[in-house]
Design a protein around this ligand. Structure first.
Ligand code: ASP
Length: 437
């Protein structure tokens, strides 16, 4: 068994968090590949080191001294080192860094130092070999990750050292320069490392006990999702749930590696396990995995007698496409169809779209409904249970929620209802309380 584990900024924010990380690593000998972010906030009024480093660069650009900010950053590292009795020469290394600040330092190299120093300290503390991401995460000339080269370098480093620790968030360009990823990029490094070494599991340690079944701002204390497939996660993300970014799960997803989201502050919680579709053995009984939704959609309902013979739907879709109004859902009847699009995406084009549809499709009628919210119940097990949608619609009806449109994806992974914006939260609560809680 081999596990690749990534600790986010809040998990490595200070000496106390470093101790928790050590307990987690020591509790399981298979955790042999570790990736860390830069130290994050210790409390809500604290600063992430990455933010401070970006601020430093902004100061440099305007010719303003960033000495004070660099002092603050140095202090964070010194405090961790001293509290844990480590020996890294933070002062010496920071002095060298500061000596180069005005000259040849790129913004990418400067901000990558948050991860670099955090990883140096953590590697020493855990007794793992420090592997610089500049020596094992490679980008090509096009700025895209060079997966083959990266896979080889990380796998070789593990083989040579047995236990490795690398900083997240950055890598090296072919010209030798450091390049950082998008914000939150350590998640990507963690997934890359897990894929490179063929890990059995990629654990992503953060400060929540997994993905919640619904938005906690709407539902009180929603339960964490125990198990979810990559496909379901995609549906939830599409419907607005704030879950991990697609790019950061791709390397593990394509290799069929399970991803376990865990809480560094509550290591006893199992967290959420994200698995490939084939691995679902259906042991738990809940048939809705999660609920998510978004406000502010517009429904265009176009009616035309005998419309199929007139290719009316195709024409309308072409018009939407021409105005860059993405169609999120379509419902189709004999003599009418409804197109759902984001109101903001449609924007001012709405009136041009309507005029074009009128001219091209010559409909009997077009209706526009604004202020629509879409709410989706996502669950891989819904397709095998008859009557789920009926129960869902009845529950919404009994709570006075008027359903404006209904859509079920062809893969039956989600049932989406369109309701008035004002009923958005009620719809989510009704679905959660009736089917998920
Ligand atoms: N430290 C970087 C950031 O704050 C990357 C990361 O935390 O994953 O975005």
């Amino acid at each position: 068994m081999l596990k690749a584990v990534k600790f986010g900024g809040s998990s490595v924010a200070g000496a106390e968090q470093f101790e928790k990380v050590k307990h987690i690593i020591e509790a399981d000998a298979s955790r042999r590949v570790v990736v860390v972010s830069a130290a994050g906030k210790r409390s809500s009024d604290d600063h992430k080191l990455t933010d401070l480093l970006y601020l430093c660069h902004a100061h440099l650009t305007y010719g303003v001294s960033c000495d004070e900010i660099m002092d603050t950053i140095e202090q964070r590292f010194v405090q961790i080192r001293d509290a844990l009795g480590l020996s890294l020469d933070v002062e010496g290394e920071m002095a060298r860094l500061r000596g180069r600040l005005n000259r040849d330092m790129s913004v990418d190299e400067l901000v990558s130092r948050g991860e670099y120093f955090t990883a140096r300290l953590m590697a020493e503390y855990l007794g793992f070999a420090f592997i610089d991401a500049a020596d094992c995460v490679f980008f090509g000339y096009d700025g895209q990750l060079d997966r083959e080269r990266t896979d080889r370098a990380v796998a070789d480093a593990l083989q040579a050292n047995g236990k490795i620790l690398l900083p997240g968030f950055y890598g090296r360009l072919p010209n030798g320069k450091v390049k950082v990823m998008s914000r939150g990029g350590s998640d990507i490094t963690g997934a890359l490392a897990a894929a490179a070494v063929g890990a059995d599991v990629y654990e992503n340690w953060t400060d929540v006990s997994g993905i919640l079944m619904a938005d906690p701002r709407i539902v009180d204390n929603p339960r964490p999702i125990e198990k979810i497939t990559y496909a379901e996660l995609r549906e939830l993300a599409f419907m607005g749930a704030s879950v991990m970014h697609e790019e950061s799960i791709q390397p593990v997803k394509e290799k069929g590696i399970a991803l376990n989201i865990r809480n560094t502050n509550r290591p006893e919680d199992p967290g959420t396990m994200i698995v490939g579709d084939a691995e679902d053995r259906g042991e738990d009984d809940r048939f809705i995995t999660g609920i998510a939704g978004k406000r502010n959609f517009t429904i265009l309902t176009v009616s035309k007698h005998n419309m199929n013979a007139n290719h009316t739907l195709c024409q309308a879709l072409e018009i939407m496409d021409r105005y860059h109004a993405p169609v999120e859902h379509i419902s189709l009847g004999m003599d009418s169809f409804a197109l759902v699009s984001g109101s903001a995406a449609m924007g001012d084009a709405l009136y041009d779209v309507l005029a074009d549809i009128r001219k091209t499709c010559r409909p009997d009628d077009i209706r526009v409904q604004d202020d629509i919210a879409l709410v989706a119940a996502v669950g891989r097990k819904m397709s095998s249970r008859p009557g789920v949608s009926g129960r869902l619609f009845r529950a919404l009806g009994e709570s006075g929620v008027n359903i404006r449109t209904i859509a079920q994806g062809a893969d039956e992974l989600a049932i989406t209802v369109g309701v008035d914006n004002k009923d958005f939260e009620t719809a989510i609560r009704v679905m959660y309380n009736g089917f998920a809680g």
